[in-house]
Ligand binder design. Structure first.
Ligand code: AQP
Length: 329
């Protein structure tokens, strides 16, 4: 039987956080043997928020090197940069013509991001339509993402359904794949908000490229509570988040972690968590340096990836154009 397709992407809108890693990247690795995987660096998504061109170039190559350092293998997966495959924008346009503005305005991410901007650009509203195009272009069955993307995958299903029923079966219906733990890592300073790479407070996140001291310091400073009682409860959201991070790295159950640190105070737990993260990220941090400095290898990976992705994307797009009544060249 043919392998099913897995598709996911990460925006080079900053340096990647522990949230991006535990919610998405870490889970990409194990899927490579079982599925046909495509992992994209979604630069066209990143520009829905103003980007400095120099930084965007740097961050795009950083994300590519982080993909490879984390264990993505270009021999197994198609790894590429979104703007190298223009079919994403083409299908995005087509899907815009069947997207309802009301539905797009109800997306939580649109509401959050538009609140932060003085002038709301159309790109932020249309972001999930481009994401739908990314997914549907490759006849994707599974989309490994963090919980914050759930609503966007549901919208993708709605658009696929709408197109399929209007023009006959064309797109595979994708399902979301969220990790058991780590699907929603919260800010270290405000555990009610998710950890985000674009947060203005650098103590709110741990970057994959932070050094060991910064990693330990940020965990030490993480907001907890004054109860000083080791527990995994909604009314102790800061501690709950730290336990989730610990569990995501070690695979230990929440119950085990709670009983191991019961009666010891948060300081001991935080110090150990700092070690767990530093050790957990050590291999990635070390191989990143080597991979990032090899420009010709990175170029080879993204060029070959774009060729393979374009071939697949074209197959779907040709079908779509034909069904809609466009004259083939
Ligand atoms: N806090 C998080 N916990 C778990 N998963 C997360 N992801 C993001 N934040 C968390 C997952 O990371 C993948 C890539 O995300 P993205 O960069 O494409 O967009 P995002 O979700 O908007 O991530 P950020 O870090 O919050 O970026 P900015 O600040 O630029 O908006 C996705 O699978 C996402 O679920």
């Amino acid at each position: 039987m043919d392998k099913k397709t897995v598709y996911s992407g990460i925006q080079p809108s900053g340096s990647l956080t522990l949230g991006n890693y535990l919610g998405a990247l870490k889970n990409f690795i194990g899927l490579q043997d079982e599925y046909n995987c495509l992992y994209c660096i979604v630069d066209m998504h990143a520009i829905t928020v103003a980007q400095d061109p120099k930084l965007l170039r740097k961050n795009t190559l950083d994300v590519l090197a982080l993909y490879l350092a984390a264990g993505l293998d270009p021999e197994k997966s198609i790894i590429y940069i979104q703007s190298h495959v223009p079919q994403h924008a083409e299908l995005g346009w087509i899907l815009n013509t069947i997207s309802s503005i009301g539905q797009l305005q109800r997306m939580t991410q649109f509401k959050d991001k538009s609140k932060k901007s003085k002038e709301v650009m159309a790109g932020i509203l249309n972001y999930p339509v481009l994401m739908a195009a990314d997914i549907l272009l490759y006849q994707t069955s599974y989309v490994p993402v963090g919980e914050d993307q759930k609503q966007h995958v549901e919208l993708t299903r709605d658009l696929a359904q709408r197109f399929n029923s209007k023009y006959s079966d064309t797109f595979t219906m994708p399902d979301i794949l969220t990790p058991k733990s780590g699907a929603r890592i919260m800010s270290l300073q405000n555990p009610e908000a998710k950890m985000s790479k674009s947060d203005s407070d650098e103590n709110s996140y741990i970057l994959l490229l932070d050094d060991e001291d910064a990693t330990r310091r940020k965990i030490k400073r993480a907001v907890t509570d004054s109860l000083n009682s080791m527990a995994y409860k909604d009314d102790q959201p800061g501690l709950k988040n730290l336990i989730n991070i610990y569990s995501s790295f070690t695979g230990e159950s929440v119950e085990n972690i709670v009983s191991k640190y019961e009666g010891q105070g948060y300081g001991v737990f935080k110090a150990d968590l700092g070690d767990v993260i530093v050790e957990g990220l050590r291999p990635l941090r070390e191989s990143f340096k080597e991979i990032r400095s090899d420009k010709s290898y990175l170029e080879k990976v993204y060029k070959e990836g774009a060729d393979k992705a374009s071939y697949l994307a074209n197959k779907t797009l040709r079908k779509v154009y034909k069904k809609m009544g466009f004259i083939p060249r």
